[in-house]
Design a protein around this ligand. Structure first.
Ligand code: HGY
Ligand code: MN
Ligand code: MN
Length: 435
C-alpha cells in the first residue's frame, strides 16, 4: 500500500462498506427489471415503472455505501461520498456515472455497466483506504437514450443548459404526454428544469465508464480502453404526406402512397451514407399513419440518425438526403418535411485528462466512439473522460450486447484506479482546477 493509503487506512472513518459487491453481482440484481418479452432485451424508458425500479435500486445501493443522495431539479441523481476532512469542500469535484434508461429492446450493459461500476469503484476505493482530498460524487442521468421524448442526453443537456427548457417541457412521448406532464408525475417540478450552473460548477472532472459499442477492444485484445472522441450526431424527423385511401378500391395509378416514398427514402439514406466514407445514417424508426393493413397510409413519419467525425460531412449527408427525399416525394405525388430534433457536434475529450488516465491505465487503447454519451454533453463545460469495457459481440442497442464477467470487474478496477489518481492528487488553488 502506498504511504497515503496506509496512513489513511488507519484514519478511515467507520463508513458502511458494502460486502464486496461485484459489477456482475449488481447487474444480476437488476436483470429482471424492464425485460422486454416482445422485442427481447430491455425496454427501460425514462419515468417508466422499470426505470423507477432501477432508480430505487440505485438509491438503496448508494445509501448502503453511506453516500449522501440527492435528486436535482432535472432528475439527475447525485450520490456524494461523505465529505470528512481532508476533503477540501470548495474544490471542484470528481464525478463519475452514466445512465439507467435504455433503448427499446436494448442490452443489459449500455448505461447500467457504468452505474454499477461506479458503485463497485466506491467499494474498492474504501477497501484501499483512499481518502479523497476533493469532493467525490456518483451520478445517474435521466433520458440518456432519448427513447421516450426523442432528444438524447436530455438530462445532461438540461443540467448543462444546452436545450431550451421550454422546448424540453413540450417534448412529447408516443402517447402525446409532454415531458412536463410526465416529469411532474414523477416528482419533478417542470417549472424549474433547465440550466443548473451551480451543479455544473461543482464538477471539476467527469469520468464515464461505458460498455464499448464496437470492436476496438476485441481487436486490441484489451479489457479496458480510454475514450478520445465522440462522433458528431443528430436526429431528424421526416414526415411524408400522401393520400390515405382504401387498399382494395384504389387503383395503383391513382395512389399517392407515402409508404412507397418512405421505402425509397430508406434506401436513399443507406446509399447516401455509403457514398461518404465512415459516415453512418440510419432509419430505425418508421411510423405509418394510420397504420392499417388494408389502408394506404396518409402519412409516414420516419426518423433519421446521421453521424460522422466531421460535422460538415454529417451536414452534407443530411442535405443530400433532404434533397433526395423531396424528389422522391414529388415523384410519388407526396410532400415531405424535415425537422431537426437534436444535433451534437463531434466532441474530443480533454487531452490532458485522457493522457493522465493513459498513464494510470498503461496498455489501455485510446478509442473514439460513434455512440453519444452524457460525458460528451458535459465535455463542453468540464474536463471529461470515458473508459470503455470490452464487449465480445461488439454489438449494442441489442440484446446481443455483452460483457464478460472478468472484463466487467476489470473495468470497475480501472475506474477505481482512475478515480483514486484524481481524488488524491493535491488540490491546486486554480478556480477551475480540473485534473
Ligand atoms: O444514440 C447513442 O449514440 C447513444 O446510445 N444514446
Ligand atoms: Mn445507448
Ligand atoms: Mn449509453
Amino acid at each position: 500500500m502506498t504511504e497515503t493509503r496506509e496512513a489513511d487506512a488507519a484514519a478511515a472513518p467507520a463508513l458502511p462498506v458494502a460486502g464486496g459487491d461485484t459489477v456482475t453481482g449488481l447487474l444480476a440484481e437488476i436483470a429482471a427489471i424492464g425485460v422486454d418479452r416482445v422485442r427481447g432485451g430491455y425496454s427501460r424508458p425514462v419515468f417508466s415503472s422499470a426505470e423507477h425500479d432501477l432508480r430505487a435500486w440505485y438509491l438503496a445501493q448508494a445509501s448502503k455505501r453511506g453516500l449522501q443522495v440527492d435528486t436535482d431539479r432535472n432528475g439527475v441523481i447525485w450520490a456524494w461520498w461523505p465529505g470528512e476532512p481532508p476533503v477540501d469542500t470548495s474544490a471542484p469535484a470528481v464525478v463519475t456515472g452514466s445512465h439507467l434508461d435504455s433503448v427499446p429492446g436494448g442490452g443489459a450493459f449500455d448505461g447500467p455497466l457504468g452505474v454499477a461500476s461506479a458503485l463497485v469503484a466506491v467499494d474498492l476505493l474504501r477497501a484501499r483506504g483512499v481518502r479523497p482530498v476533493r469532493p467525490f460524487a456518483l451520478t445517474v442521468f435521466p433520458e440518456e437514450e432519448g427513447s421516450r421524448f426523442g432528444v438524447a442526453c436530455l438530462g445532461s443537456r438540461l443540467l448543462a443548459g444546452t436545450i431550451d427548457p421550454d422546448r424540453a417541457r413540450s417534448l412529447t412521448d408516443l402517447n402525446g404526454d409532454s415531458f412536463a406532464e410526465v416529469a411532474a408525475r414523477n416528482g419533478l417540478d417542470p417549472r424549474f428544469v433547465g440550466a443548473d450552473p451551480e451543479a455544473l460548477a461543482r464538477i471539476g472532472t467527469f469520468v464515464e465508464l461505458h460498455v464499448e459499442q464496437g470492436r476496438g477492444l476485441i481487436d486490441a485484445h484489451q479489457p479496458v480502453g480510454i475514450g478520445s472522441a465522440v462522433l458528431g450526431h443528430g436526429r431528424w424527423k421526416l414526415s411524408i404526406s400522401g393520400e390515405g385511401n382504401h387498399a382494395g378500391t384504389t387503383l395503383m395509378a391513382d395512389r399517392k402512397d407515402p409508404m412507397v416514398a418512405a421505402a425509397r427514402l430508406v434506401v436513399l439514406v443507406r446509399d447516401t451514407a455509403r457514398a461518404h466514407p465512415r459516415a453512418r445514417a440510419t432509419v430505425g424508426r418508421l411510423q405509418p399513419v394510420p397504420g392499417g393493413t388494408n389502408v394506404i397510409a396518409s402519412r409516414v413519419d420516419l426518423w433519421l440518425d446521421a453521424r460522422h467525425m466531421d460535422d460538415a460531412v454529417t451536414a452534407s449527408v443530411v442535405a443530400e438526403i433532404h434533397a433526395g427525399a423531396e424528389l422522391i416525394a414529388a415523384e410519388e405525388g407526396c410532400t415531405v418535411t424535415l425537422t431537426e430534433e437534436s444535433l451534437s457536434a463531434t466532441v474530443h475529450f480533454d487531452p490532458a485528462l485522457r493522457d493522465r488516465l493513459a498513464t494510470v491505465l498503461p496498455g489501455a487503447p485510446v478509442l473514439d466512439t460513434g455512440a453519444g454519451h452524457d460525458a460528451a454533453i458535459l465535455s463542453g463545460f468540464v474536463s471529461t473522460a470515458m473508459l470503455f469495457v470490452r464487449n465480445p459481440s461488439g454489438i449494442s442497442h441489442s440484446p446481443e450486447e455483452y460483457v464478460e464477467d472478468s472484463d466487467a470487474e476489470a473495468g470497475a478496477a480501472a475506474l477505481a484506479d482512475a478515480l483514486e489518481a484524481l481524488l488524491i492528487s493535491p488540490v491546486t488553488d486554480t478556480a477551475r482546477e480540473t485534473v
